[in-house]
Design a protein around this ligand. Structure first.
Ligand SMILES: Nc1ncnc2c1ncn2[C@@H]1O[C@H](COP(=O)(O)OP(=O)(O)OP(=O)(O)O)[C@@H](O)[C@H]1O
Ligand SMILES: [Mg+2]
Length: 277
């Protein structure tokens, strides 16, 4: 049986450092550097969560935090990544209670601070009683799940400690925060996460083609038509693209095909349930 990390990777596919991802990194760096509150919003499935997790090196760190106390070989490596990103990533559960949110965040902050401390101290012994403040950015995904008191707690933390706060959600997120004037007035930046442009879609598709053992040729009529169909169906949405290609791969294999035509794309599309109209 595959381990859960492998299964998750299959669900999300291999990460591609897109232009939108680089824009996100710049944005997160600015929020962290200036210790501001930043909002990042964009439609479902464009890649917000993946970008943020990547930024925080969270795939490795999360597992480690979940099994805290179990010593692992990768401990130093994870600490080194965290020492670079200085970021924790948190996804509140649906209807998370205020008490749970506070407890979770405190635990994450303390654990991350300890791990980073082991990296940055470099042999200088400091008193263990001192509170460490190494984390510089808290990223909260699905931020629309936060209640009024939770938002108030975050604002308070933000005021007490020079820490950046990056809230991720769907378009319209900023309107929800407008109901909390103290939090709202502290928002320094808003960032829109956009779908793939056609140019970048072609780049991403070249990788999908390669994975199927094919070569994408933009000057080839069949390939150009297939790209146009994919662009129309997915509108540059990463999640749709990933789902569509899972089906394309399946159809190619069972029919023993070697060319991705618009017929293949249409057949793949017809098996997807939603979001392609
Ligand atoms: N940079 C990327 N490289 C490769 N695949 C990606 C990338 N970004 C997103 N994807 C694909 O798109 C899917 C959706 O991405 P993600 O979960 O980050 O979207 P989201 O914007 O957070 O959506 P939601 O608003 O629904 O939470 C991923 O599971 C993955 O398959
Ligand atoms: Mg998401």
């Amino acid at each position: 049986m595959d381990d859960s990390a492998t299964r998750l990777r299959r669900r999300t596919g291999e990460f591609i450092a897109t232009k939108e991802h680089r824009r996100f990194v710049e944005f997160a760096n600015a929020v962290r550097r200036e210790a501001f509150i930043g909002l990042c919003f964009g439609p479902a499935g464009v890649g917000k969560t993946l970008s943020a997790r990547r930024y925080a090196h969270w795939d490795a760190a999360e597992e480690f935090f979940d099994d805290w106390g179990v010593r692992r070989d990768e401990e130093r490596q994870i600490g080194a990544s965290l020492a670079r990103s200085r970021t924790i990533f948190y996804t509140p559960a649906v209807k998370v209670t205020y008490a749970k949110l506070v407890a979770d965040l405190d635990q994450l902050l303390i654990r991350a601070d300890i791990l980073i401390d082991d990296q940055v101290r470099e042999g200088i012994v400091v008193s263990r009683g001192r509170r460490l403040h190494h984390v510089q950015l808290i990223v909260i995904d699905e931020a629309e799940r936060l209640s009024g008191p939770a938002l108030e707690d975050l604002r308070d933390r933000f005021d007490r400690r020079p820490i950046g706060l990056l809230l991720i959600g769907m378009p319209g997120l900023e309107k929800r925060f407008a109901a909390f004037p103290q939090l709202y007035s502290r928002i320094g930046f808003a960032h829109q996460y956009r779908p793939l442009t056609d140019e970048e879609l072609a780049f991403v598709l070249a990788r999908h083609w390669r994975r199927l053992g094919l070569t994408l040729d933009l000057d080839d009529f069949t390939d150009a038509q297939a790209i146009a169909a994919i662009s129309r169906i997915t509108r540059g949405n990463f999640r749709l693209l990933h789902r569509l290609f899972t089906q394309v791969a399946r159809i190619m294999k069972i029919n023993d095909l070697t060319v991705i035509t618009t017929d293949v794309i249409e057949a793949a599309r017809s098996t997807l349930v939603i979001g392609t109209e």
